[in-house]
Design a protein. Structure first.
Length: 277
């Protein structure tokens, strides 16, 4: 079975949540992981720093590199990519996980927040992809994986949080474009999105606290699905918009209770999911 041993992953937003879970899953194979995130010192409401994530990665069997980076700025991204290549010798996989969120309507969304979401979600994804691509082109099985939904043009996904949807669909469009642009070079570009809400700081802080968390799955389900994608052949799966549970079912998983925060609670479908089929 293929694994991620000796592969180098460049993961944005890997100091906590889904990004860290993907990193830890890869670390179990002995992978090298660049933890690309802004959090250098402990945050009052957000768990984890780049340094604590590296400690966990190394405890899990991998090698970690702390890259304190604001992906909105191309010079910082270039420095992080250069450090990763210098430390590990190349980049095999880019995971564009970092994302800003605000679920507000048009009149309630400050332009500052609009700019933040587009700068992180769209610009940051594009900058990281552009900067990593020369190194991915030299890798034997290169992948780009964006944490983004299928870009379905249904008004229900725009009417309540237009700015956020626009920014996430920008990440989705990067998948559509890059999958075709780099198909001949064998560089896969795919998107992965959770079927249910995932227990992250964003859910706890923005969407309902502990009550919302009880209806979530853990980040491990996204990490396990990402692992299935990233260990696959980059030439045979590209340009796809994938849902975590569907990927795992395809891999033979039939039981999902182990991912539930509270197995007796009904799960909350994530945004965009009913229309991704």
């Amino acid at each position: 079975m293929p694994d991620l041993s000796e592969k180098t992953l460049f993961i944005t937003g890997a100091s906590r949540g889904i990004g860290k879970a993907i990193a830890l899953r890869a670390a179990r194979d002995g992978a090298n992981i660049a933890v690309v995130a802004k959090t250098d010192q402990p945050h009052p409401t957000l768990p984890g720093t780049v340094h604590s994530a590296v400690e966990e990665i190394e405890a899990a069997g991998g090698s970690g590199l702390a890259c304190i980076t604001d992906i909105r700025f191309e010079d910082q991204v270039q420095a992080a990519v250069d450090a990763t290549v210098e430390t590990f010798g190349g980049i095999d996989i880019l995971v564009n996980n970092a994302s800003a969120i605000q679920l507000t309507g048009t009149l309630e969304t400050p332009i500052k927040r609009f700019d933040l979401m587009h700068s992180v979600n769209v610009r940051g994804t594009f900058v990281c992809s552009q900067t990593c691509l020369p190194h991915l082109a030299r890798a034997p099985n290169p992948h780009i994986l964006n944490l983004a939904p299928a870009p379905v043009m249904r008004p229900e996904w725009f009417e309540h949080h237009l700015a956020y949807t626009m920014s996430k669909y920008g990440m989705s469009m990067c998948v559509l474009g890059m999958a075709e642009e780099f198909r001949e070079q064998g560089i896969a570009a795919n998107a992965l999105w959770p079927k249910t809400t995932i227990a992250t700081a964003a859910i706890r802080n923005l969407l309902g606290g502990d009550d919302a968390i009880r209806r979530c799955r853990t980040p491990d389900i996204v990490a396990d699905a990402a692992y299935c994608i990233l260990t696959g052949d980059s030439r045979t799966r590209t340009g796809q918009f994938l849902v975590d549970e569907d990927v795992l079912r395809e891999a033979g998983v039939t039981q999902f209770d182990q991912y539930a925060i509270s197995p007796d609670e009904p799960l909350q479908p994530d945004l965009f999911v009913p229309m991704t089929k």
